[in-house]
Design a protein around this ligand. Structure first.
Ligand code: APR
Length: 253
C-alpha cells in the first residue's frame, strides 16, 4: 500500500476533528465533468457568459438552454462513487465530522453523509426570479426551457453563480470548522476559486494537518497542504477508509 495512504489513514484514525473540502473532481468518477482541466466545462463554455449572475439575469433562456441543459442531464443521472461513499463511511465511523463541498450535485448526501455544507448552493432546488417561490428541481419539468413558476416567472437553480455571495451560514460555519479541525482532507478541487480555496489556508494556520487527494498538484501543494496523495479520489478514499477500519479494528480491546 502507498505510504501516503497509510499516513492519511493513521492521521484520520487518531484525529480529534476531521473536516473534508471537496470539489468537482470528486464527482468525475460519477460521470460529472469538472470545470477546469481535461474535459472541463469551462473548456466548452465561458463561465462569465454562462455561470455569472449578470448573464443569468440578462438572458436566463440562454443560460438554461445551453449550460443548464448539459448540466441537468448529468446532474440528475449521477450516482455517488467510492469517494462519496468512503467519506460517508468515515462519518459513520465517527472519524469525519463535516463535508464542505463546492459541488451542487447532492452526491455526498445521496451517499449517506449527513453533515454537508453546500458552499456553492445546490441544483436540487429552484427559486422563481420574480415571486421567490421555491420548488424541488425534480418536481419541475426541465424539458420546458427556461422552466417557469406558476406566476410565469423564470426559475433559477439555488446554485451560487459567479458574482454572488456565498450563503452566509455556509461561509461562517466553514470558517469555524476550518479553524477548529485538526485534519482537513482536500479532495478533487483545483483550489482556485475563493473563498472556498481559503478554507485549507485557515486550517493550516490553525495548526491542522492538510491532506490533498488529487491526480494533479494544486496551488495548495507544497506549502498549504502537508502532502498530496496523487490519485483519483474514488480509489484513494476507498483505500484510506479500508485502512482506517483496519486500524480501528486493531485498537479494539
Ligand atoms: N479524483 C480527484 N480529483 C480529480 C479527479 C478525480 N478522479 N479528476 C479530476 N480531479 C481534480 C482536478 O485535477 C482538479 O484539480 O479535480 C479538480 C477539479 O477542479 P475544478 O474543475 O476547478 O473544480 P472545483 O475546484 O470544484 O471548482 C471550484 O469553480 O467554477 C466554479 O462553482 C464552480 O464549484 C466550482 C468552483
Amino acid at each position: 500500500m502507498d505510504d501516503l495512504i497509510r499516513e492519511t489513514a493513521r492521521r484520520l484514525a487518531t484525529a480529534r476533528r476531521v473536516v473534508a473540502l471537496t470539489g468537482a473532481g470528486i464527482s468525475v468518477e460519477s460521470g460529472i465533468p469538472p470545470f477546469r482541466g481535461p474535459g472541463g466545462l469551462w473548456e466548452k463554455y465561458d463561465p462569465m457568459e454562462f455561470a455569472h449572475i449578470d448573464a443569468l439575469m440578462k438572458n436566463p433562456e440562454k443560460v438554461w438552454k445551453i449550460f443548464m441543459g448539459d448540466m441537468k442531464r448529468v446532474l440528475l443521472a449521477a450516482k455517488p462513487n467510492d469517494a462519496h461513499l468512503g467519506l460517508a463511511r468515515l462519518e459513520f465511523l465517527g472519524i469525519l465530522k463535516t463535508v464542505i463541498t463546492q459541488n451542487v450535485d447532492g452526491l455526498h448526501q445521496m451517499a449517506g453523509s449527513t453533515d454537508v455544507i453546500e458552499f456553492h448552493g445546490n441544483f436540487a432546488w429552484l427559486q422563481c426570479m420574480d415571486c421567490g417561490a421555491r420548488a424541488e428541481t425534480v418536481s419541475v419539468d426541465l424539458n420546458i426551457v427556461p422552466p417557469r413558476c406558476a406566476c410565469s416567472g423564470i426559475y433559477r437553480p439555488e446554485c451560487v453563480f459567479f458574482g454572488e455571495m456565498i450563503p452566509r451560514e455556509a461561509l461562517v460555519r466553514s470558517q469555524e470548522l476550518a479553524s477548529t479541525c485538526d485534519v482537513m482532507l482536500v479532495a478533487g478541487t483545483s483550489a482556485i476559486v475563493q473563498p472556498a480555496a481559503f478554507m485549507p489556508v485557515i486550517a493550516r494556520q490553525a495548526g491542522a494537518v492538510v491532506i490533498e487527494i488529487n491526480p494533479e498538484p494544486t496551488p495548495l501543494t507544497g506549502h498549504t497542504s502537508h502532502f498530496l496523495v496523487q490519485g483519483k479520489a474514488g480509489q484513494v478514499i476507498k483505500a484510506v477508509t479500508a485502512e482506517v477500519e483496519r486500524l480501528l479494528e486493531e485498537k479494539r480491546p
